[in-house]
Design a protein around this ligand. Structure first.
Ligand code: GRF
Length: 192
């Protein structure tokens, strides 16, 4: 099983998935990383772990189709079976969805359908929600709308500031995502 990670920023989830693979908790090879942001720290992580990477922002390409075409060629080169989005801040278009049907996963820092989009942790905090959490889901052509695979709740305690909530969410993400990737990719393997 060969996984491509897609990320746009810090890459703490990328790091957690790589560690799970190195420690044998995730029975899959991290084949490569795609990043759409030339300034993202996640690129340093790929270098550190010797993972092949490709960095390309859509603005560098004449059309979105060309951008996705470059990404598809990169994935073919690395013989990828699954795509795992880990803090990837762009919508996945039809060419990638068609090539990897039901084989693209995402993690989102809220209990979807609540708080979709980019600032979910802050939005839950500002809304004074009593609970929020983490969702792992399949990717479709919407924003955080694909079928939910797993969710884990966080009860927001009195006295927590935004930073405390962010830490609690990330701690869950780093454990939950590798576990669910393992379950989902193994299950699919057993049926194929
Ligand atoms: C995570 O909270 C993830 O759920 C969301 O983006 C954030 C990425 O964090 N999609 P990192 O880059 O993995 O540290």
């Amino acid at each position: 099983m060969r996984i491509a990670l897609f990320a746009s920023g810090n890459g703490s989830n990328v790091e957690a998935i790589i560690q799970a693979s190195l420690e044998g908790r995730l029975d899959a090879e991290i084949a490569c990383l795609f990043c759409d942001n030339p300034h993202a720290y996640v690129i340093e992580r790929a270098i550190k772990h010797n993972i092949p990477f490709f960095v390309c922002a859509p603005q560098q390409c004449a059309t979105r189709e060309k951008w996705e075409g470059f990404i598809l060629s990169f994935l073919e080169t690395h013989q990828v079976d699954w795509i795992v989005l880990a803090g990837f801040m762009r919508i996945i278009g039809q060419p990638l969805l068609n090539r990897f049907p039901n084989r693209i996963l995402n993690i989102h820092p809220s209990l979807l359908p609540a708080f979709p989009g980019k600032n979910s942790i802050k939005e839950a905090f500002d809304a004074k929600a009593t609970h929020t959490g983490v969702t792992v889901h399949y990717v479709d052509n919407g924003i955080d709308t694909g079928p939910v695979i797993a969710q884990e709740e966080v009860a927001i305690q009195d006295g927590w500031d935004l930073e405390t909530l962010e830490e609690a969410i990330h701690q869950i993400e780093h454990r939950l995502y590798p576990e669910i990737i393992q379950q989902v990719t193994k299950k699919e393997c057993a049926y194929s």
